[in-house]
Write a protein that binds this ligand. Sequence first.
Ligand code: NI
Length: 156
Amino acid sequence: MAIRNIVTKGDEVLKKRCKEVKEINERILDLLDDMKDTLYGTGNGVGLAAPQVGVLRRIVVIDVGDGLLELINPVIVEQEGEQDSLEGCLSIPGVYGRVKRPARVVVEYTDRNGKRLRKEGTDLLAVCICHELDHLDGILFDEKAYEFVYVENDQE
Ligand code: NI
């Protein structure tokens, strides 16, 4: 297990569409472990997508305070309502933006054991699921934000 380098905006890898995971092998399990270490290593991050560590695979890890979620090949299968979020991104340090997101989503995903599961998210979890899944399609939150807040000397 290891902390991987987080790539920042400007790197082409963040603009690409990620490929589906076909087989959960040792490499994918190592990636999941490293993504967990990398997320917790930031101290304040709530989610991380594989392209942020330079890997173009459809994998995200999320922890909004309720424990770690590992999502392989995640797809939003239900969404409703709307909420305003103030988002940041580990790949865009110092920049926060207001984004309109669904109030509730249901994400279908594969876990590390290969089981297809569903998870409902509201509030911050709904925002985080949407933000991280956007990364898998090469979309950063600043493309969707309607207002920005800049923080100097941000430690993120
Ligand atoms: Ni992000």
